[in-house]
Design a protein around this ligand. Structure first.
Ligand code: DAK
Length: 256
């Protein structure tokens, strides 16, 4: 797929943004191809976990393509913004967990793509930033919405209005990422987390992600109601019967 490389191993699909000459910055073509490949991968029964990373050793995604944005007017900026938001929503709503393997710069739209992923694992050279205001624009792919939910308003406000660069150590300390490892170990660590996930029931995973995503904007009472409904619905599935029976019969469940 040119700008997007796809590799499947042990039910884990690794999607690599491959535009190293622009530090993997996103133009419309990359957005559209990634959207196509993610949709295809979500539908693939051979895949249970998706990893997104960037080509090379320097950059995850250096943001939206600034050279392309320079030529945009209000109407084309709206289209570009909507495309990016569609992509981030597709990642966030994926029933299969999506792990961002952040191997360097995660700037602007690149940081926002990582925020839409369910789990972020970074290499020691990773840098997160929302530098949009330095370009006279604002984060348009969900940064103002997702970043405060993940790191809290204090750090999110500072990152968004100052463009502050957050290194891997600070990202780990503030909960922006789940793990930090050496660059050479990054994909191994992501695959280790993926293999832990793959031991579990795929439907239970998908329903859990729906509950977590669905909790946003709900009061606790409504959220608990949604949770118990989805919990009880699982009991009509073979997967739940298998998981519970396997425990009682002292054997490993056969989910996949
Ligand atoms: N876009 C296009 N090209 C980029 C790029 C980007 N974001 N980032 C890097 N490149 C290109 C550079 O232009 C250079 O290409 P050539 O000049 O060699 O042709 C090549 O990648 C290597 O970059 P550098 O030579 O600059 O490499 P350095 O190591 O010196 O510096 C850097 C690395 C990442 C610190 C620097 O490249 C940099 O500051 N890049 C810009 C990072 C940035 O500001 N990213 C945020 C972009 S804004 C919205 C839609 C979208 C968005 C917002 C709203 N709506 C429509 C609602 C999202 C906005 C963004 O993401």
């Amino acid at each position: 797929m040119g700008n997007i490389l796809k590799h499947i191993n042990d039910k884990t699909a690794t999607l690599t943004i491959n535009r190293p000459e622009a530090l993997n910055a996103f133009n419309e073509e990359v957005i559209e191809k990634l959207e196509f490949v993610i949709e295809e991968t979500i539908k693939d029964d051979n895949v249970g976990v998706i990893i997104i990373t960037g080509a090379g050793e320097k950059s995850f995604i250096a943001g939206a393509d600034i050279k392309a944005m320079q030529k945009m007017d209000q109407a084309s900026a709206l289209e570009f913004g909507k495309k990016g938001q569609l992509l981030t929503k597709m990642i966030e709503n994926s029933p299969k967990p999506v792990i961002a393997a952040v191997n360097g710069f995660a700037l602007g739209g690149g940081c926002e793509i990582s925020l839409a992923c369910h789990i972020r694992i970074a290499s020691e050279n990773a840098v997160f930033s929302q530098p949009e205001v330095s370009l006279g624009i604002l984060p348009g792919w969900g940064g103002t919405q997702r970043l405060p939910r993940i790191v809290g308003y204090g750090l999110a406000n500072e990152m968004i209005v100052s463009g502050k660069m957050v290194d891997a150590k600070e990202a780990l300390r503030t909960g922006l990422v789940n793990h930090v490892v050496a660059l050479t170990d990054l994909l191994d660590k992501c695959e280790e987390v993926a293999s832990q996930i793959l031991k579990n029931g795929p439907n239970a995973i998908a329903q859990s992600l729906k509950c977590i995503n669905g909790s946003i904007g709900l009061d606790l009472e409504s959220g608990l109601k949604m949770e118990v409904t989805r919990f009880s619905e699982l009991f009509s599935t073979d997967e739940t019967k298998e998981g519970l029976s396997a425990f009682v019969e002292k054997r490993k469940p056969n989910f996949r």
